[in-house]
Design a protein around this ligand. Structure first.
Ligand SMILES: *[C@@H]1O[C@H](CO)[C@@H](O)[C@H](O)[C@H]1NC(C)=O
Ligand SMILES: *[C@@H]1O[C@H](CO)[C@@H](O)[C@H](O)[C@H]1NC(C)=O
Ligand SMILES: *[C@@H]1O[C@H](CO)[C@@H](O)[C@H](O)[C@H]1NC(C)=O
Ligand SMILES: *[C@@H]1O[C@H](CO)[C@@H](O)[C@H](O)[C@H]1NC(C)=O
Ligand SMILES: *[C@@H]1O[C@H](CO)[C@@H](O)[C@H](O)[C@H]1NC(C)=O
Ligand SMILES: *[C@@H]1O[C@H](CO)[C@@H](O)[C@H](O)[C@H]1NC(C)=O
Ligand SMILES: *[C@@H]1O[C@H](CO)[C@@H](O)[C@H](O)[C@H]1NC(C)=O
Length: 480
C-alpha cells in the first residue's frame, strides 16, 4: 500500500474537505493522527528526526534553532534516522505535507484570522509552531549534555521578544492575552482573534508553554523510549474522567499554567527573551531592556496570576449581546453562587458550553435580563467560563450587582462539594487575578448569595459551609 493511500484511509474525512474547499478541520486530534501516520510510515524513527522535519516543512524561519543549540544536531545518534528521509517522503506525499503545512505555519491574516493553530479537546487553542520548536529544543538538549540553563523557554521567548519589540508602544492588553474564537467547536476551521493582532496571541503563548513543559520533560528521558504521538495523545487528549485517576497532572495540557509556573519565573524568562534577541540590532539598548522587563511583568500578571478563562464567543452565546453597563472596578465584593440547575457538574467543553447557553437562554427569556447574569461560571472541566466578565454590571445578587462580582459553580452543592481543583480555580486563581489586575479590591469580601438575599439557599448548604472557611469570607454582610 502506498503512503498516499494509507493517508486517505486514516484521514479520509480530511481528504474530502481538502478536495472540496481547501479548508481543513483544525483540531489537535487531526494533527496527532498525522504524526501517528508519519511514525507508522517510518518505524523506529527518532522523535527528534520527526519533530525536526515537521518544523522544516512548516516554518522555514525555525532556523533560529541552530543559533541557540550550537551544532549538536549534526551528529545523528544511533537510534535516529536522518531526517532528510522523512522530508523527502513529505515532498512526495503532497496531501500530507499540504495538510501539515497548512496546520502548522503560523500567521495572522488581514481579517484577524489566526492560522497555524488548533483547537484542543479541553477548549484551549494552541499554536503548533512554538509547541514543535519546544519539543525540538528538548530533544536536542537530551543529546547535548551541556544544555543551556532554561533552554526550554526559548521557543516562547522568541515569540515574546518579537511581540515586545513590534508593539513597543502598545498597552498591555494589546500586547498580551489576545484570545479569539472558532467558527465551530465541533468542526473548527476558522479562528478569529478578538482584537488587534499582537504577535503574542494566547494560542502562541499556550503552544510556547506546552513546548516548554514537554521540552523540559523530553530533555531528561530515555530518548529511545519516547513515542511522540503517544506523548501528545496523553498530554492533549485525556478526558477529565481519565484525569481523575491520574495523580500526576504534570504532563497534561489542561494544567499548563500551573505546570509552567513551576518551571519559570520573571528573571529567568527575562533572561531568555533577551537571549532570543541575540544578534538583534537593538540588543543591549537600555530601552529594550526596560521594555523586556515591563513586558515580562505584564506577561506574568496575565498568564501566571490568572486562570484560563473560556471567552464567551467560545461557548457560543445564543443571542447577540446588548451593550451592558460598565462597572467601575476595583469592587469590594465577590458573591458565591451555585447554579442548582443544571444540577450535574459538566466535564468537558461541549457539556459546559451547552450549560452556559441554557443558562443564558433562561436568564434572557425566563428572567428578561439582557444576558447571562453571572460574572463568571466555574465549569467542572478545569476552566472558568466568561459570563459578563470583569467590566460589565452583572445580574446575580439582587441589590448588590454594582459592588461585586457573582461567580457560580455549575451543579447543585446542597449535599456535596465541587472538586477541590475547581474550588481552587476560584478562590486561589480567579480572585488573585482580579486583585492583581485591579478588578477586585485587595481587601475584598467573599459572601454567599444567601447572606444577601434571605429567600435563597444558594450556594447550597455544603458549598456555603465550605466558603465560610475561605480567606476573605465574612460572616456578616456589612450592608445589613
Ligand atoms: C492526494 O489527494 C488526491 C485527491 O484528494 C488524490 O487523487 C491523490 O492520489 C493524493 N495523492 C497522494 C500522493 O496521496
Ligand atoms: C508510537 O505509537 C503508535 C501507536 O501508539 C504507533 O503507531 C507508532 O508506530 C509508534 N511510533 C514509534 C516511533 O514507535
Ligand atoms: C534559513 O536558513 C537558510 C539556509 O541557511 C537560509 O537560506 C534562510 O534564509 C534562513 N531563513 C531565515 C528565515 O532566516
Ligand atoms: C534506554 O531504553 C532502551 C530501550 O528500552 C534501553 O535498551 C537502554 O538501555 C536505555 N538506556 C538507558 C541509558 O537507560
Ligand atoms: C528563577 O529561576 C532560576 C532558575 O530556576 C533560579 O536560579 C532563580 O533563583 C529564580 N529566581 C527567583 C526570583 O525565584
Ligand atoms: C439539590 O440537591 C438537594 C439535595 O440533594 C435536593 O434536595 C434538591 O431538590 C436539589 N435541587 C434541585 C433543583 O434539584
Ligand atoms: C478596603 O480598602 C478600601 C481602600 O483601601 C477602604 O476604603 C475600605 O474601607 C476597606 N474595606 C474594608 C472592609 O476593610
Amino acid at each position: 500500500m502506498s503512503p498516499g493511500a494509507l493517508w486517505i484511509i486514516t484521514m479520509s474525512g480530511i481528504c474530502v474537505v481538502i478536495q472540496s474547499s481547501e479548508v481543513h478541520l483544525r483540531n489537535m486530534e487531526h494533527f496527532i493522527t498525522a504524526v501517528t501516520h508519519l511514525e507508522d510510515l517510518n518505524p523506529g524513527i527518532s522523535p527528534l528526526a520527526l519533530v525536526t522535519s515537521l518544523n522544516k516543512i512548516a516554518d522555514r524561519s525555525v532556523n533560529v534553532t541552530l543559533d541557540f543549540m550550537g551544532s549538536s544536531n549534526n551528529d545523528d545518534d544511533i537510534h535516529c534516522r536522518n531526517d532528510s528521509f522523512i522530508t523527502e517522503q513529505l515532498n512526495t506525499n503532497h496531501n500530507l505535507s499540504h495538510f501539515l503545512k497548512k496546520l502548522i505555519h503560523h500567521f495572522i491574516t488581514d481579517d484577524h484570522e489566526e492560522r497555524g493553530v488548533v483547537l484542543t479537546p479541553d477548549g484551549t487553542t494552541v499554536a503548533l509552531a512554538p509547541l514543535l520548536l519546544g519539543l525540538q529544543y528538548g530533544l536536542q538538549a537530551n543529546k547535548d549534555s551541556n544544555q543551556p540553563h532554561g533552554f526550554y523557554l526559548l521557543s516562547l521567548a522568541k515569540y515574546l521578544a518579537t511581540s515586545l519589540l513590534q508593539f513597543e508602544n502598545a498597552t498591555p492588553s494589546e500586547r498580551f492575552s489576545l484570545d479569539g474564537c472558532w467558527d465551530s467547536v465541533s468542526a473548527p476551521m476558522v479562528f478569529t482573534l478578538s482584537g488587534m493582532p499582537s504577535l503574542a496571541t494566547d494560542a502562541l503563548v499556550h503552544g510556547g508553554m506546552d513546548g516548554a513543559i514537554l521540552g523540559k520533560h523530553l530533555s531528561v528521558v530515555n530518548c529511545s523510549e519516547v513515542n511522540l504521538s503517544t506523548l501528545l495523545k496523553s498530554y492533549y487528549l485525556r478526558t477529565v474522567e481519565e484525569l481523575d485517576h491520574v495523580s500526576d497532572t504534570h504532563l497534561r495540557g489542561r494544567y499548563r499554567r500551573k505546570n509552567f509556573k513551576k518551571i519559570t519565573n520573571s528573571s529567568l524568562l527575562q533572561e531568555k527573551v533577551a537571549e532570543a534577541l541575540h544578534g538583534h540590532p537593538q540588543k543591549g539598548n537600555l530601552v529594550v531592556e526596560s521594555l523586556i522587563e515591563k513586558g515580562i511583568k505584564e506577561f506574568m500578571l496575565r498568564y501566571m496570576e490568572c486562570p484560563a478563562i473560556i471567552p464567551r464567543c467560545m461557548w457560543g452565546a445564543a443571542l447577540p449581546r446588548v451593550p451592558l453597563s460598565p462597572l467601575s472596578p476595583p469592587l469590594p465584593f465577590l458573591y458565591i453562587h451555585h447554579t442548582e440547575i443544571p444540577s450535574k457538574p459538566c466535564r468537558n467543553l461541549q457539556m459546559c458550553s451547552k450549560n452556559m447557553r441554557a443558562m443564558q437562554h433562561f436568564h434572557q427569556k425566563g428572567r428578561g435580563w439582557f444576558d447571562i447574569g453571572y460574572s463568571f461560571v466555574v465549569g467542572s472541566d478545569g476552566y472558568i467560563y466568561e459570563g459578563r466578565g470583569w467590566t460589565s454590571v452583572g445580574a446575580h445578587t439582587k441589590g448588590r450587582n454594582t459592588v461585586g462580582y457573582g461567580v457560580a459553580f455549575i451543579g447543585n452543592y446542597t449535599a456535596h462539594l465541587p472538586s477541590q481543583y475547581d474550588m481552587e480555580l476560584l478562590h486561589h486563581h480567579l480572585v488573585k487575578c482580579g486583585v492583581s489586575n485591579g478588578f477586585l479590591q485587595k481587601n475584598f469580601t467573599i459572601l454567599g448569595h444567601r447572606q444577601v438575599v434571605a429567600t435563597t439557599k444558594c450556594p447550597g448548604d455544603s458549598l456555603y459551609s465550605e466558603i465560610t472557611t475561605w480567606e476573605h469570607y465574612k460572616d456578616t454582610d456589612p450592608f445589613r
